[in-house]
Design a protein. Structure first.
Ligand code: PFF
Length: 456
């Protein structure tokens, strides 16, 4: 009924334990690490925020990541078929998979555009076009890029073309092979930037900004921000980790692997903060949040430092690399669904996915230019897609997955799967994970969701 991949032995998958680790890490590491994490941490009280973020990651993020990958590996299927197989008599749970399908397309619509700007900036950095120590002029250069419909669309298509041709190659020959090469490069480039930033005079103020705790800034809203970030960072709530879990090896130690991914992702975020803020402060710039940090402040900061062109180019290359792994995981959700449920070949499923994203991505790409005033609920298409996915669909999907595991799938089954049929000695841990997934996670995500919808 669901195509030739009904036979699990024929199904593509990750070939080695290291492959599983880098591919999953590749999904977690993305644009979220480079500006979202450092700027949110700096603005929301440094080490205090970090502590709340860690708590959210440990109590909600990590257990949910274990739950998602477990479901995927148990069913060995895409995000929709997984629920058909695990709960054959309760058809409603499939909705989780359909929501994930939609979320992936919506996130890709704007994420691919931001990645497009990053690609464009690699060339702008290399050519020296963005060499200016005045953030205002840097802002004008950025504005000229994003408001130009042709360049916005073309850079988005470049991103879709490159990532689309990787995803076509499949799970082991595409995703695994590419992330295996890219992730080590990302780490090395990041360490180079950290070394540069930390050896600047006045670097210490940046570290103080990032790491000195200011607990007075920890308000309920900040706690909720930290929870939301934990969620987005680890690619949770939309079947991404579920789909990747379906490619995990049978002997993969899921609790150990997901914990490693969480720690490695955290280290990339921290290193990004260490690479960015000491430099920002050393040259007397204001720490800003969001795109303005990456596309306006960063070029000005690098221009002011010796060897700026080289380090600025490295910065944008590493950000582009980070976006690739995340995008591949976003694409894999619909590609797996189309190829397995609708019997499409991998090439056709990938092409369809890319074309649909190009179609709904166009309004997002034009949101900073010709469509800037085209608003629905007070948001342009770019912001609307971001809001709908991050603030509505992901938390909702997360709650539903927790409820499914906590109340339908149940402890005995979870115990069997997370202990690899009893070969791993981790019963205490599994019980703790189950408790978190059954009660703590759905309740706290519900609070995040209601806050995101401004219910309170
Ligand atoms: N984790 C990615 C980041 O931090 O940039 C974003 C992301 C990727 C979210 C994949 C959701 C997803 F399915």
């Amino acid at each position: 009924k669901y195509g030739s991949t009904m036979n699990p032995s024929k199904r593509d998958g990750f070939t080695s334990k290291f492959g599983v680790l880098v591919a999953t890490l590749g999904s977690a590491v993305g644009l979220g690490n480079i500006w979202k994490f450092p700027s949110l941490t700096g603005v929301n009280g440094g080490a205090g925020f970090l502590l709340v973020y860690l708590l959210a990651t440990l109590m909600v993020g990590l257990p949910l990541m274990m739950a998602e990958t477990t479901l995927g590996r148990a069913a060995r299927a895409n995000a929709i078929t997984t629920f058909d197989r695990l709960a054959p008599r309760q058809h409603g749970w499939k909705l989780i998979g359909w929501m994930g399908f939609l979320s992936a397309l919506l996130i890709m619509a704007f994420y691919s555009e931001v990645a497009g700007w990053v690609y464009a900036y690699i060339f702008k950095a290399m050519s020296g076009e963005v060499l200016t120590s005045d953030p205002k002029i840097a802002g004008e250069i950025f504005g000229a890029l994003v408001s130009n419909p042709t360049s916005s669309l073309i850079w988005q298509w470049v991103v879709l073309g490159i990532t689309g041709s990787i995803i076509m190659l499949g799970v082991s020959k595409g995703i695994e092979a590419v992330t295996r090469k890219l992730m080590p490069v990302l780490y090395i480039l990041l360490l180079v930037l950290c070394a540069r930033s930390l050896t600047l005079e006045g670097a210490a103020r940046g570290l103080t900004f990032l790491f000195s705790p200011d607990f007075s800034k920890i308000t309920p809203a900040v706690v909720l921000t930290a929870f939301g970030l934990a969620f987005f960072k680890l690619s949770l709530g939309m079947g991404t980790m579920l789909t990747y879990g379906s490619y995990f090896r049978e002997d993969q130690n899921i609790p150990a692997t997901t914990t490693r991914v969480m720690l490695a992702d955290l280290s990339v975020s921290l290193l990004a903060g260490i690479a960015i803020f000491p430099a920002v402060f050393a040259f007397g710039f204001e720490p800003a949040a969001g795109p303005s940090l990456v596309f306006m402040t960063i070029p000005a900061v690098f221009t002011a430092m010796p060897g700026g062109i080289v380090f600025m180019t490295i910065f944008f290359i590493l950000t582009a690399i980070a976006s690739v792994g995340a995008i591949l995981s976003l694409l894999e959700v619909p590609v797996a669904i189309l190829s397995e449920r609708f019997g499409m070949g991998r090439k056709k499923a990938s092409t369809c996915t890319i074309l649909v994203i190009a179609l709904i991505g166009a309004p997002a790409a034009l949101s900073q230019g010709v469509l800037a005033e085209t608003k629905l609920f007070g948001m342009n298409p770019f912001d609307l897609f971001d809001f709908l996915s991050s603030n509505v669909l992901l938390p909702l999907g997360g709650i539903l997955i927790c409820l499914f595991v906590g109340w339908v799938y149940g402890l005995p089954e979870l115990e069997k799967r997370l202990s690899n049929e009893g070969t791993l000695d981790n019963r205490g841990l599994i019980r703790a994970v189950f408790f978190l997934v059954r009660y703590v996670a759905p309740l706290s995500i519900a609070i995040v969701l209601l806050h995101g919808l401004k219910v309170f």
